[in-house]
Design a protein around this ligand. Structure first.
Ligand code: BGP
Length: 462
């Protein structure tokens, strides 16, 4: 087969997952409760099909089989997260030996299959003990996170060389403090700003600790879900609205992480409305000194925005939506199951922006994928024929290839996700995996897209 799109030598091919979404064993092996375990206990009906994270895809018990399969589908790298509540059940203090053994075994198993582990320290699953202390609104929780990071670097840094402080840090802000889809289900713009600010400080301080340990060949970064913000038209009011959306949802984390400073336009805007977060002396220097080595880009959908039609009442709660309206562009291509727009060129636009405005920071696509409901209907000859997913990957990869040709510093492509997994409030509603998981038996069966991805990684292109 001839290869038209060839990627740079040593390109990282693989997938991403997170602890709460695959491990299961939520009350096994000395694990403490995370906010997800707690929320599910409190309000199981808020989760699709009443399914919680208790069993997930049982990676905790089946990791050997899963890693073998990763190898079989051509992975040379794999991103997973560590569960803070498994390693340090109370959030601070005593480290759980059983958890250390588990992650040691997983890391060793990956390495023995020549799959490089990429580790995320925090992927949405705050220990409940930390939420009781005020969650990310509390500076003490920031301290506890930094200590947790330190413990992880020391335990696994001899073998793990790629570290990520947070996965999509804007999402717990949106879900937990703006739009009610993560615990603690607060809707309050002011508190959301404080949470975002503390997350950035936690990130920068973890980077600082990492550098102080001088881990050989180690790199540290952050994973951001970037949503390129497109205005309805070139009318100045629409353009202004899209710039503000970009400030809130992209630049709030991208600028401090990569450039070491908060966007001045965002600071002005928050000042104007009296919503600056509480800071501490030295914070700005910490952010300034601890820029990332590497940036993971999760890309699913763009954000389309138009100028506000009705000016919000000044007494209404402060929200990002004070400054723009969402715009449903006619004719846009949708993933009807997830309700997300599919716009492949968005990936190219993100990468060019990183090249031109962010020092061409080393990056990789850390998540990109398509969730589909009732996939069983595509079962034929014992395999899910997910041609739609192959097309989704292929079209994004074409744009990524073009970006690389034009000088973007992109090192890899990880799909979301390896096997069907439990997905926060949506549980198993939309399946994203290269590998199908039968939830009754936990049997794994590679889908057609797994074969396609294996060929892509073997040929380093398609
Ligand atoms: C990202 C998260 C993942 C994953 C994915 C798919 O935002 O990093 O954890 O879940 O999106 O989204 P969802 O599961 O909500 O459909």
């Amino acid at each position: 087969m001839s290869v038209t799109y060839t990627f740079p030598k040593g390109f990282w091919w693989g997938s991403a997952t997170s602890a709460a979404q695959i491990e299961g064993a939520s009350n096994v092996g000395g694990k403490g409760k995370s906010i997800w375990d707690h929320w599910y206990e409190q309000e199981p009906y808020r989760f699709y099909g009443n399914v919680g994270p208790t069993t997930a895809s049982d990676f905790y018990h089946r990791y050997k089989e899963d890693i073998r399969l990763m190898k079989a589908v051509g992975h040379n790298s794999f991103r997973m997260s560590l569960a803070w509540s498994r390693l340090i059940p109370e959030g601070r203090g005593k480290v759980n030996r059983e958890a250390v053994d588990f992650y040691d075994r997983v890391i060793d198993e990956l390495l023995s299959h020549d799959i490089e582990p990429f580790i995320t320290l925090f992927h949405f699953d705050l220990p409940m003990a930390m939420q009781y202390e005020g969650g990310w609104e509390s500076r003490r929780v920031v301290d506890a996170y930094v200590e947790y990071a330190n413990v992880c670097f020391k335990l696994f840094g001899d073998r793990v060389k790629k570290w990520f402080t947070f996965n999509e840090p804007i999402v717990p802000v949106e879900g937990g403090y703006l739009y009610d889809f993560h615990y603690p289900n607060v809707v309050d713009g002011r508190r959301a700003i404080q949470v975002a600010y503390h997350t950035i400080i936690a990130h920068a301080r973890a980077v600082e600790v990492f550098r102080s340990l001088a881990i050989e060949d180690g790199k540290i970064g952050i994973i951001l879900n970037l949503t390129p913000s497109y205005p309805r038209s070139q009318h100045p009011a629409d353009v202004k609205a899209s710039k503000i959306a970009d400030l809130f949802f992209n630049r709030s984390f991208l600028d401090p992480a990569v450039l070491g400073e908060f966007p001045p336009e965002l600071i002005d805007l928050l000042n104007e409305h009296g919503h600056v977060p509480v800071t501490q002396k030295g914070d700005a220097e910490t952010v300034q000194k601890n820029k990332v080595d590497i940036l993971g880009v999760n890309y699913y959908q763009p954000r389309r925005v138009k100028a506000k039609e009705h000016v919000p009442h000044p007494d209404s709660p402060f929200m990002p939506e004070w400054f723009f309206d969402h715009y449903e562009m006619p004719g846009r291509k949708m993933n009807p199951y997830r309700g997300w727009e599919i716009y492949e060129k968005g990936l190219y636009d993100i990468m060019l922006n990183l090249r031109d405005n962010y020092g061409n920071v080393e990056s990789f696509v850390s998540e990109n994928g398509m969730g589909v409901q009732n996939e069983e209907r595509y079962l034929k000859d014992g395999q899910i024929q997910d041609d739609y997913r192959i097309e989704f990957f292929r079209e994004h990869l074409k744009w990524l290839h073009k970006a690389i040709q034009e000088g973007c510093n992109v090192k890899g492509y990880h799909v979301w996700t390896f096997m069907d997994n439990w997905s926060w409030m949506n549980a198993y509603k939309n399946r994203y995996g290269l590998v199908y998981v039968d939830l009754e038996t936990q049997k794994r069966t590679p889908k057609k897209s797994a074969e396609w991805m294996r060929a892509v990684s073997e040929q380093n292109g398609f």
